[in-house]
Structures are given as structure tokens and as C-alpha cells.
Design a protein around this ligand. Structure first.
Ligand code: 6CS
Ligand code: FE
Length: 305
């Protein structure tokens, strides 16, 4: 049963005017018993590093054969007028270049199968210590020369305010379907930023996603908070090869610059939410976002326990 925002207290208020005073994180980062060594590719040191920094890179998690097949499917989907015409397809601001394809795990079986692959699922389940379901999946294509930036943001801030995600018990898995180099707009992270909830000023416009998925202007932190976070944790640019995966906490502050190179930066994202953290009514008080952005209703746990 989906709770209502009225019965679920909003412990992370944001976009309520002008306050930007940080709220300490209430939830653990790693819910599972950290003593457990998962075994390759995650060991005790990696789990501890994830807890401290908010992310872990798993080099070469997916084979070249797998990424080649998935990339071909992305190219085929991106060239389909039907797919491009779907509301779940988002173009770049100011051009008709495809920026993102949402709900990708429902469009093509191999993406769904990968989302349930034990190489990812076993790690996510241990870190969250719960059954999980896909809150959101997407391909961010960031096309050559024209792929625009994603400004600094916490995904959790948006998922809390606009989707009604109660607490910080979700993990994003970003899988590189192309190399992510210094030239094509790799993800940039602020290590340790996941420990602080940074309220954003302003409001949430109705149907905000129509603009925010192209260029986010609400739900972005103030420069003072960003400077403080970066002063504490620095900036890490995740330059990693095709087939590598980045697991990052839902509240980790991240961004990426535009792509001015001739090489696309195509990344596949699966967002795993704990079934115990299923969505309630959006804390914005606005109607929920469409299902292709945020899975609502009784979560169907992935894979087998
Ligand atoms: O609104 C969202 O859910 C999306 N926005 C960003 C900038 N990152 C997460 C997610 O894809
Ligand atoms: Fe994001």
C-alpha cells in the first residue's frame, strides 16, 4: 500500500523557499553486515570505501561482447521514430539529438536481464540488505559534440521531492556502454557528499520533468553548499572503460560536463530501490511523475532470493 505524504513525515524538506541548511543523513549507507566479504569484485575494503565515499567502481564488470550487443540495441532504439516519439525519450535542449531513453529495462529483454544479473543484484542486495526493484532505468546517450551537461545534483533530492522516495535506501548502477574519458563528459562525483542532505531553494514547477530531464534548474544545490562539499571531499572524475560499472549512493552529489568530443558517452543506468523504501505520495504535494521515470505501486522484487 502506498503511504501518503500526509502519513509519512518529510524528514528531508527541500524547495520550501530559501533554506539551504544541511540535514544530516538519517539512514546507514551500507545496510548489510559490513563484515561480510562478498568476494570478487567487492571485498571488505571496497565495502568500507563505498560506505565512506558513497561510490565504488567495478572495472570490466560486463564483457566487450555484451556491451557491443547492448550498444547496437541502443543505436537501433535511438533510430526508431516510434521510440523517439515516446514521452520516455528525451532530446537535448535546443536540438533533436537524443539525450536519454527512460524505462529501458521494459523496452528490450537483454536490458531487463542485465538489471537482474547476479553480478549486480547480489552486490546491491547486500549493500541495501533488502529485496530490490527498479525505481528507474535509463540510457544517457550524451551524443558526440552536442551532448549537454548535467548540473550538480543529488538524485535522492529529486526522487524524494518529486517521486515520494521516503529514505536513502537506493543505489544507482551506471554501466559504461562506451569508454568514459576526460574528453566525452564522464561523471564527476563529490566523495562523502552522500552523508549530508542539501535542501535546495525554490519550488517544484508542475510537470517539472519535462524541463529538468533536459536541463535541471530546480532541485540543484546552492554554490555555497557545493563549494563546502567540494572543499571537504574534492571532485573525482570517473574515467573508466566500456563495460565498467559505477555503483553510487542515491544521495551522492554528481554532475557531468558537456561532450565536445567526436566520441559519444553512452551509459546505462539502473536505479535499485529497497522494497521497504517504496514510494509514497510526492513530498512536493504535486501529482506523481509518470511511471517511465519512477516505478510506483507494489514493487516486484528482482530475481530470486
Ligand atoms: O529526475 C530524475 O529522476 C533524473 N534526473 C537527473 C538529473 N538524474 C537522475 C534522474 O535521471
Ligand atoms: Fe543524476
Amino acid at each position: 500500500m502506498i503511504g501518503s505524504a500526509r502519513t509519512t513525515p518529510d524528514v528531508y524538506p527541500s524547495r520550501n523557499g530559501t533554506t539551504t541548511s544541511w540535514i544530516p543523513r538519517r539512514e546507514p549507507v551500507v545496510y548489510g553486515p559490513t563484515g561480510d566479504i562478498i568476494g570478487p569484485p567487492l571485498d571488505r575494503q571496497s565495502v568500507r570505501s563505498y560506505e565512506e565515499s558513497g561510490y565504488v567502481v567495478l572495472d570490466g564488470l560486463i564483457s566487450e561482447q555484451e556491451t557491443t550487443a547492448l550498444r547496437r540495441e541502443v543505436e537501433s532504439l535511438a533510430s526508431s521514430d516510434w521510440v523517439r516519439g515516446q514521452p520516455s525519450s528525451v532530446t537535448e535542449p535546443g536540438s533533436n539529438e537524443l539525450r536519454s531513453l527512460f524505462s529501458i529495462h521494459t523496452l528490450y529483454a537483454p536490458f531487463r536481464e542485465l538489471a537482474e544479473d547476479p553480478r549486480i543484484l547480489d552486490i546491491v542486495r547486500l549493500l541495501l540488505n533488502d529485496e530490490v526493484y527498479i525505481h528507474q532505468s535509463r540510457i544517457n546517450i550524451k551524443p558526440a559534440f552536442f551532448g549537454k551537461e548535467f548540473f550538480w545534483h543529488s538524485d535522492f533530492e529529486t526522487w524524494h521531492v518529486e517521486d515520494g522516495m521516503p529514505g536513502m535506501r537506493a543505489i544507482s548502477c551506471c554501466i559504461n556502454l562506451t569508454d568514459n574519458t576526460r574528453f566525452n563528459g564522464p561523471l564527476m562525483l563529490i566523495p562523502g557528499s552522500h552523508k549530508h542532505f542539501v535542501p535546495c531553494v525554490g519550488e517544484t514547477p508542475r510537470d517539472h520533468y519535462r524541463a529538468s530531464l533536459k536541463r535541471q534548474q530546480y532541485g540543484t544545490p546552492d554554490p555555497g553548499s557545493l563549494s563546502r562539499l567540494i572543499g571537504m571531499g574534492g571532485i573525482v572524475s570517473v574515467e573508466s572503460g566500456c563495460g565498467s560499472a559505477l555503483l553510487f549512493d542515491c544521495n551522492l552529489m554528481h554532475a557531468s560536463s558537456g561532450n565536445l568530443s567526436p566520441w559519444p558517452r553512452t551509459n546505462l543506468f539502473f536505479v535499485y530501490n529497497a522494497v521497504s523504501n517504496q514510494l509514497v505520495d510526492p513530498f512536493s504535494g504535486l501529482p506523481p511523475r509518470p511511471d517511465f521515470i519512477a516505478t510506483r505501486g507494489e514493487p516486484a522484487s528482482l530475481g530470486r532470493r
